[in-house]
Ligand binder design. Structure first.
Ligand code: CU
Length: 490
C-alpha cells in the first residue's frame, strides 16, 4: 500500500476523487445505495402489524440523497411475490420509471440497478401495485439541494399513511363492494348524484363558500381505515421530533395514503408553504394546507422561543380522525393528543382555494399550447368502477402527444368524487381551474374536484408510454388508469 503524506493525499485527491482510487467493482458498490422491498412489523394501537417497507442500507425507510448525488440504487425484492417500485415525481428514463406498463416486474429475489440524475425536493417511492401500496410498500425519497445544505434549518419528514388491519385485498373488496361508504359519506344514496348527460359544470368554489355545501353533495372517503399514521405512528403515541428552541424547521410532508386526503394543521405556528410536489412555489402563508394522496408539501416553520412542544397535525377530510407528529424542544412536555378531533374537518375535495393561489417559483417557459387534449374522468360508487375517457385500463386508449410539444391537458371530472391525477415522467404546471386561467404550481399530482375541471400544461418528454392515473388506490385498482403516449417527431 502506498502511504501518502496529508499534503500528498490532498494533491492526489485534487486529481482523483477518493472513489476513483478504488477498483472499478468496489467503486460501483461504494456509491450505489441499497434498497430492499420487504416486510416489517410496526405497532398500531397496541397491536403488532406486518406491513411492507423499503429498507435502506442503514436499516431505515426510504432514501435521503445529498446535493448533486445521483440516484444510483440497487433495489432487491425480498418479498415472496412480484413487485415494481415507482420513484414518484422523479423523471428517470422510462426504462427506470418503475411502472408495470413498460418495466418488467421484479420477481422474488430479483435485483435491479437504477442510475439517473434526481430532481431535488420532497418525493417518495412506492409499489405500483395497489394492494402493495395500501399495505405500505412506500417510503420517503428526499433529494436535498445545495440550498438545503446551506440553510440554517432542520428538515423534518412527515410521512402519512392510512392503515387497515385487513389484508389489502379485503380493503379493496370492501371498497368496491359498495357496502362501506363510511360515516362521512352523504346520507343520500350515491346514484341520485350521478348526472348523466349533464353539461360540464366547473365547481370552482367561490371565496368563502363552503365547498360541498352549495347543494352539490360530494362523496368523500371510500373507506374507514383503522388508523391514520404519521411516520408509522398514531397520535396517541406520536413521533416526537427533537427540535431547537427558536429553531427553524422545514417540514417535508408526504401524503402516502392510499385513499385519504388531509388538512395539514400547524396550529399556533404560522406556516410558509414553499414547495408542492418537490417544486418551489412563491411562499404562501397559513396554518392549514390541503394535501391529497401522493401530493407533497414543504412548509417552513419558525419555532417560538418559549420552548413549548408543538404538534403538527393531519386532519382527515370530512371526518374527525387525525394524526401527526410533535416538535419538541429540549425540556418540553409532550402534550397528550387524541386521535379524534372535537369537530369534523371540512372537505379537501372541491376546495381549490389553495391551488388557485399557488404560483410556481420556476414556471414553464411561457408558450402557446401546440397540442390540446381532454381527459374525461368518470365512474360511480355503485357499481364501484372508475374510468378515464369511459374506459377501464383493459380498454384504455393512450393519450397521444408529440415529443417536445407544449401540451395543455384538461381533466374533466364527470364524477362525484375528486381524483388526484398523477402523470409519470413529467412535471406539469396547473394552467386553469374550472376554465379560469392561471400560472399555478408545478406539480406531478393534481386534485381534480368532483364535477370540476383542471387544466395542466407540460412539455412532452421522452418518447415512451407514461402512466397517467388516479392515485386513489381503490379507483386505480378498479381501472382509472391510462397512458400518455409520447411519440417521436416523425
Ligand atoms: Cu380517483
Amino acid at each position: 500500500m502506498i502511504r501518502l503524506t496529508r499534503r500528498g493525499f490532498l494533491a492526489a485527491s485534487a486529481a482523483m476523487s477518493a472513489s476513483q482510487l478504488l477498483p472499478a467493482r468496489a467503486r460501483a458498490a461504494a456509491d450505489t445505495l441499497s434498497l430492499a422491498a420487504g416486510t416489517r412489523t410496526i405497532e398500531v394501537k397496541g397491536r403488532a402489524a406486518t406491513v411492507f417497507g423499503l429498507r435502506n442500507g442503514s436499516g431505515g425507510q426510504g432514501l435521503v440523497l445529498d446535493p448533486g448525488q445521483r440516484f444510483r440504487v440497487e433495489l432487491a425484492n425480498t418479498l415472496d411475490t412480484e413487485t415494481i417500485i415507482h420513484w414518484h415525481g422523479q423523471i428517470p428514463p422510462n426504462a427506470q420509471d418503475g411502472a408495470p406498463n413498460t418495466n418488467p416486474m421484479l420477481r422474488p429475489g430479483d435485483r435491479r440497478g437504477y442510475d439517473f440524475a434526481p430532481r431535488p425536493g420532497t418525493f417518495w417511492m412506492h409499489s405500483h401495485i395497489p394492494q402493495q401500496e395500501i399495505a405500505m410498500l412506500a417510503a420517503p425519497l428526499i433529494v436535498r439541494s445545495a440550498a438545503d445544505a446551506a440553510a440554517d434549518r432542520q428538515e423534518v419528514t412527515m410521512f402519512l399513511h392510512d392503515f387497515s388491519f385487513l389484508a389489502p385485498e379485503e380493503v379493496l373488496a370492501e371498497v368496491s363492494g359498495g357496502g362501506q361508504h363510511g360515516e362521512n359519506a352523504p346520507a343520500a344514496g350515491t346514484m341520485q348524484h350521478q348526472m348523466p348527460g349533464m353539461a360540464m359544470a366547473p365547481a370552482m368554489p367561490q371565496t368563502g363558500a363552503m365547498p360541498g355545501m352549495d347543494g352539490m353533495a360530494m362523496d368523500l372517503n371510500d373507506f374507514d381505515f383503522d388508523a391514520y399514521l404519521a411516520n408509522d405512528r398514531t397520535l396517541d403515541d406520536p413521533d416526537v421530533v427533537a427540535v431547537e428552541r427558536g429553531g427553524r424547521v422545514r417540514l417535508r410532508i408526504v401524503n402516502a395514503s392510499s385513499m385519504t386526503s388531509y388538512w395539514i394543521d400547524t396550529g399556533s405556528l404560522a406556516g410558509r408553504l414553499v414547495a408542492v410536489d418537490g417544486d418551489p412555489v412563491l411562499p404562501l402563508g397559513g396554518s392549514r394546507f390541503p394535501v391529497a394522496p401522493a401530493q407533497r408539501l414543504e412548509v417552513d416553520l419558525d419555532l417560538p422561543a418559549d420552548g413549548a412542544a408543538r404538534p403538527v397535525l393531519a386532519l382527515r377530510e370530512g371526518a374527525r380522525e387525525r394524526t401527526g407528529i410533535v416538535l419538541a424542544p429540549p425540556g418540553s412536555t409532550v402534550p397528550r393528543l387524541s386521535s379524534l378531533a372535537e369537530g369534523t374537518a371540512p372537505p379537501v375535495a372541491g376546495d381549490m382555494r389553495m391551488e388557485a393561489a399557488l404560483r410556481a417559483a420556476a414556471p414553464l417557459v411561457p408558450g402557446a399550447p401546440e397540442q390540446r387534449r381532454v381527459v374525461t374522468l368518470g365512474g360511480t360508487m355503485d357499481p364501484y368502477v372508475w374510468t378515464i375517457d369511459g374506459e377501464v385500463w383493459d380498454g384504455h386508449v393512450p393519450v397521444g402527444v408529440t415529443h417536445g410539444a407544449r401540451v395543455e391537458m384538461e381533466f374533466r371530472n364527470m364524477s362525484m368524487m375528486a381524483h388526484p391525477m398523477h402523470l409519470h415522467g413529467h412535471a406539469f404546471q396547473v394552467a386553469a381551474i374550472g376554465g379560469k386561467a392561471l400560472a399555478g404550481a408545478m406539480r406531478d399530482t393534481v386534485l381534480v374536484p368532483a364535477m370540476g375541471s383542471v387544466t395542466v400544461a407540460f412539455d412532452a418528454g421522452e418518447a415512451a408510454r407514461w402512466m397517467l392515473h388516479c392515485h386513489q388506490m381503490g379507483h386505480l385498482a378498479s381501472g382509472m388508469m391510462t397512458e400518455l403516449e409520447v411519440r417521436a417527431l416523425a
